[in-house]
Write a protein that binds this ligand. Structure first.
Ligand code: NA7
Length: 541
């Protein structure tokens, strides 16, 4: 295209999930011109793609939602304690309509490349539909769990049936009635879908590499009275949530497990189990810091598995041996009980991995398991997977892929040295997946909105982190992670769920309020740690 045909925006945002939607809303409010590119055919991000049976959020509905609009909080009614995927998607659509965001989103279009122009201090953005647009600011709102991990198995092309990935589920749904189904993986997506697939399938074979810790959801419908009462105190709930290290509110007992005796612990764990969900980890204060404390909750949870699963050998296989809550804890409805059904089988692939696919199924350790359909519940290239799909070139022709080869490096998880005017929402080094995701998104977007209007006020042409401050933050993110037992196993938090990836603890585990304080200090200290170029006034806030 002739240069004059290239459209010019203040900001281009990649992704119309919750991050992209709120970013667009704030950009519009501030009078910036903006365009959002979205690969999917609709808004909702991860909730647009993850339509597998049983998909739901494991943070309570009342907290897994935007807080920026009191009217929105009051008018929306969640039907269940834990929202099912269709309802979250409906909510995302409601937000898009209510705040009139759709007209600035281009759907079914992937950004393929973004190149920084040092002469104009702007980005050239290209898409798979042939768009070429420029923007001063390039904002990655691509989500943390959005690039499916599809391990390559030998013989995949020989399999005669369909292979589905939970993270890219067919929109028309899948009917497994009378089919023999194989599920690979036992993470959150598997644990949610297995009980439901088992109701349809004639046979279900689950291929488990690592047994997973899971706590019952005790999901329930939310009554009108409950909602009314909760909404009357919504602002207090939001404030309490923001003050918590996790960014969401649940009862948390600070007492160390090791200070209680065995009987007290049993009672405490039983009560927490009966409340269920992620708050189970709040039974004591030291569970994720002291291995011997963790051993006590682990043994309690193993006893629960043994009490639910009737076949002792299957029960033992389902009992995880690693640190409780080291990988992200799962929340389930009838997961373990599903293995009591006569047509459900568990196959251990921890010592002998899946050998190959054949025309008729999956071979493990010389044994062939015949299946008609395969569900790959194998997770995501977390945090950085969607960055890898875009050729991002910064100053001096250096690519982000080169810079991040040994692991992602970003200041506050918001920006990366050498890539001026590029921002990321819930990027690596931000609390993101270790905080309540939507609260984290709102904080990042609000900080960014302040930053962009400040730049406009002072006439700044570009902003970029200083290498030294970025290095110090990356070191800090790594240092605080070592305090937590979560840094001790292989998981998508550290990237090692994908073969060949460097081991780096990616999210910031120091706590949401501490992170917010740091971001605010940076802003109040004239964007300390960033260099602003071409300002009339220097780095003044
Ligand atoms: P997860 O939690 O990453 O789970 C993926 C599962 O797939 C896990 O059990 C893996 O075993 C298994 N996996 C991956 N590759 C293989 C191969 N090659 N062979 C056998 N098994 C394999 O992804 P989810 O989608 O369930 O959940 C992601 C997050 O979404 C979740 O934490 C919530 O925050 C929402 P492994 O444990 O690596 O041995």
């Amino acid at each position: 295209a002739h240069p004059s045909e290239i459209e010019v925006f203040d900001a281009v945002v990649v992704g119309a999930g919750f991050a992209g939607l709120y970013m667009l809303h704030r950009l519009r409010e501030l009078g910036f011109t903006a365009r959002v590119y979205e690969a999917g055919g609709g808004v909702g991000g991860t909730w647009y793609w993850n339509r597998y049976p049983g998909a739901r959020c494991d943070v309570e509905s009342l907290q897994y939602s935007f807080s920026f609009s009191e009217e929105l909080d009051q008018e929306w009614n969640w039907s269940e304690k834990y929202s099912p995927q269709p309802e979250i998607l409906a909510y995302a659509n409601h937000v898009a309509d209510r705040f009139d965001l759709r007209s600035q989103i281009v759907f079914d279009t992937r950004v393929t490349a973004a190149t920084f122009n040092e002469d104009t201090d702007s980005w050239l953005i290209e898409t798979d539909r042939g768009d070429r647009v420029t923007a001063k600011f390039f904002i990655m709102a691509v989500g943390c769990l959005s690039a499916p991990n599809r391990p390559a198995f030998d013989g995949m092309e020989d399999f005669r049936g369909p292979i589905y990935h939970t993270g890219e589920w067919p929109h028309e749904g899948v009917d497994f009635t009378d089919l023999r189904v194989g599920v690979i993986g036992t993470g959150s997506s598997a644990i949610q879908s297995i009980p439901i697939i088992a109701r349809q399938a004639s046979e279900l074979t689950v291929f488990q590499r690592t047994a997973t810790w899971s706590v019952p959801a005790w999901n329930e419908a939310l009554s009108a009275e409950y909602l009314k009462e909760a909404k009357a105190h919504y602002p207090e709930l939001r404030a309490k949530a923001r003050a918590r290290p996790t960014g969401f509110y649940f009862p948390f007992n600070l007492q160390p497990a090791l200070e209680a005796n065995a009987e007290e612990r049993q009672q405490q764990y039983e009560a927490a189990w009966q409340r269920g969900g992620l708050p189970f980890l709040g039974a004591y204060g030291d569970l994720l810091f002291e291995k011997s404390a963790n051993d006590t909750i682990a043994e309690f949870a193993r006893q629960k598995i043994r009490s639910i699963v009737r076949d002792p050998a299957t029960a033992e296989l389902l009992c995880p041996q690693n640190v409780f809550g080291c990988k992200r804890l799962c929340v389930d409805t009838d997961y373990f009980a599903t293995y009591n059904l006569p047509h459900v089988k568990l196959v251990d692939v921890s010592r002998t991995p899946i050998e190959r696919f054949t025309r008729d199924g999956i071979v493990v350790d010389g044994t062939a398991y015949e299946v008609d359909a395969i569900v790959s519940a194998t997770g995501f290239a977390a945090m950085t997977g969607s960055f890898d799909k875009i050729a991002i070139t910064g100053r001096g022709g250096r690519t982000l892929a080169e810079k991040w080869r040994a692991g992602p490096r970003a200041y506050l998880g918001l920006a990366s040295a050498g890539f001026p005017n590029l921002f990321m929402i819930t990027g690596p080094g931000s609390p993101s997946v270790l905080a309540s995701m939507i609260q984290a998104i709102e904080q990042h977007v609000d900080w960014l909105a302040d930053c962009l209007s400040h730049m406009r006020d002072v006439g700044a042409r570009s902003i970029e982190p200083l290498q030294a401050d970025e290095d110090a933050w990356v070191t800090h993110v790594n240092d605080v992670s070592t305090v937590s037992l979560r840094s001790t196993c292989s998981s998508w938090y550290v990237g090692t769920n994908i073969a060949g990836r460097p081991r780096v603890f990616m999210p910031y585990i120091g706590g949401f309020p501490i992170y917010v304080q740091k971001c605010n200090e940076v802003m109040n200290n004239a964007y300390e740690g960033f260099v602003l170029k071409g300002t009339r006034l220097g780095n003044t806030p």
